[in-house]
Design a protein around this ligand. Structure first.
Ligand code: NAD
Ligand code: WQD
Length: 335
C-alpha cells in the first residue's frame, strides 16, 4: 500500500488515481489546508470505489504512528506541503515548519515503521537560474525565496538520511510547471483566491471570472520578450511518479530527476495556444516584470528518460484543453 501525503491536493489527487490504475492500494493523508474533501467523491467516481483517507497533518507524530500501524505501507509519495512563494516570503517560519519539519516528522514515523521508500515533490525552483536552460540536475542550485529554500533543505535532509542507512530509497523529483487536469474534468487545480500561476489565471480570465491577464514583462531576452517556461501536463507528471516509485522499489540511495518536457513556451505562446484550442479570448495587458522571475526555464529531462524510462507525451494543446475542461466543470458548479 502507498501512503500519499497531500493526496487531495492538485498533483496528489491525480497521482492517487494513477497509482490505483497501476494496481497499487492507496491511502491518502491530507489536512485539507489547501484542498477539499469533495475531491474524494470525484476520485471514487473515477476509480469505481472509495479511497482510504485520513484527515490529518504530517507534523502529527501520534497520528502518523497510527496510520503506519493501521496500514501495511510499502512506500510514500510525499506531496503535502505549502507552495506559495509570496506567502513564504511573508512567513518563512510557516514554510520551514510545514515543509521541512513536517518532512522530518514523516521520516521519523517511516523509520519507526520500517518504511524506507519515498518519492518527494521537489521543484525546479531549487535551480538558481544563472545558467542558460536547459537545466540539468547538476545545474547550479540556489533558490531565491523561502519556499524554494524549503525544497532545497528537504533535498539535503533526504541525502543525509540516505547516506546514513542504505535501506533508504528516495526519488527527488524536480517539477517544472505542472498544468492541466484529468481529461474527465473531475480533477484539476483549484487555487484559493487570486491565482499566482499563469494557467489558472488564463482559465479564470477565459471563463469571465477576471477581466484580463497581466503579462509580467515583455522585455526579457526571449523569443517574444515574455517569460519562457516548461509547462508539463499533470498526467505526464504523475506517470513519472509511478515510474519513480518502481525505481525506488528496486534501488536504494537518492535519485534526483527533473520532470519536464524539455521544451520552453513563452507566456504569449501559451495564451495564443489556449485561445486557438479552446476558442476563448484571453485579453491581456503588459505589466512590469515580477520580482524574482527568471527569463527562461526548461528542463533537461534526460535523466528521467534514462533511469525511469519516462518522458512526457502530452503537448501544449492537451494541456490547454484539459485545463479548460476542468475550469468549465468548476464554472458549472459540478465539483
Ligand atoms: P496543493 O496545495 O494542491 O497540494 C498540497 C496538499 O498538501 C494540499 O491538499 C494541502 O491541503 C496538503 N497539505 C499541506 N500541508 C500539509 C500538512 N502539513 N499535512 C497534511 N497535508 C498538508 O499543491 P500541489 O500543486 O498539488 O503540490 C504538491 C507538491 O508539489 C507540493 O509539495 C508542492 O510544493 C510541489 N510542487 C508543486 C508545483 C506546482 O507548480 N504545482 C511545482 C513544484 C513542486
Ligand atoms: C509562469 C510565467 C510569469 C502569472 C512558480 C513557482 C515555482 C513552481 C511553479 C512550485 C512567468 C508569467 C504569471 C501572471 C504572467 N511552484 N505570469 N502573469 O513562476 O515559473 O513558477 O510555479 O514549486 O516555485 O515560482 O510559474 O505560473 O507563476 O509563471 O505573466 O498572472 O508566467 O511571470 O514568466 P513560475 P508561474
Amino acid at each position: 500500500m502507498i501512503l500519499v501525503t497531500g493526496g487531495t491536493g492538485y498533483i496528489g489527487s491525480h497521482a492517487s488515481l494513477v497509482l490505483h490504475e497501476a494496481g497499487h492500494e492507496v491511502v491518502l493523508l491530507d489536512n485539507l489546508s489547501n484542498s477539499d474533501a469533495a475531491v474524494l467523491d470525484r476520485l471514487a467516481v473515477l476509480a469505481g470505489r472509495p479511497f482510504a483517507f485520513v484527515e490529518g497533518d504530517i507534523r502529527d507524530e501520534t497520528l502518523l504512528a497510527q496510520v503506519f500501524a493501521e496500514y501495511q505501507i510499502d512506500g510514500v509519495m510525499h506531496f503535502a506541503g505549502l507552495k506559495s512563494v509570496a506567502e513564504s516570503v511573508a512567513d518563512p517560519l510557516k514554510y520551514f515548519d510545514n515543509n521541512v519539519a513536517g518532512t522530518r516528522t514523516l521520516l521519523g514515523a517511516m523509520s519507526a515503521a520500517n518504511v524506507h521508500r519515498m518519492v518527494f515533490s521537489s521543484s525546479a525552483t531549487v535551480y538558481d537560474g544563472s545558467q542558460r536552460p536547459p537545466f540539468a540536475e547538476d545545474a547550479a542550485l540556489g533558490a531565491s525565496n523561502p519556499y524554494g529554500n524549503s525544497k532545497a533543505q528537504v533535498e539535503a535532509l533526504l541525502a543525509d538520511v540516505a547516506a546514513s542507512d542504505q535501506r533508504w530509497s528516495f526519488a527527488l523529483l524536480r517539477y517544472f510547471n505542472p498544468v492541466g487536469g484529468h481529461e474527465s474534468g473531475l480533477l484539476g487545480e483549484n487555487p484559493r483566491g487570486i491565482p499566482n500561476n499563469l494557467m489558472p489565471y488564463i482559465c479564470q480570465v477565459a471563463s469571465g471570472m477576471r477581466e484580463s491577464l497581466t503579462v509580467h514583462g515583455d522585455d526579457y531576452p526571449t523569443v517574444d520578450g515574455t517569460g519562457v517556461r516548461d509547462f508539463i501536463h499533470v498526467m505526464d507528471l504523475v506517470d513519472g511518479h509511478v515510474a519513480a516509485l518502481d525505481y525506488c522499489m528496486k534501488n536504494s540511495g537518492v535519485l534526483t530527476a527533473n520532470l519536464g518536457t524539455g521544451t520552453g513556451t513563452s507566456v504569449i505562446q501559451l495564451i495564443e495556444t489556449f485561445e486557438r484550442i479552446t476558442g476563448n479570448r484571453v485579453p491581456f495587458q503588459i505589466g512590469p516584470r515580477r520580482p524574482g522571475d527568471v527569463a527562461e526555464s526548461w528542463a533537461d529531462a534526460a535523466v528521467a528518460e534514462r533511469l525511469l524510462g519516462w518522458r512526457a507525451k502530452l503537448g501544449l494543446p492537451e494541456m490547454c484543453r484539459d485545463s479548460w475542461t476542468w475550469q468549465s466543470t468548476l464554472a458549472r458548479g459540478d465539483v
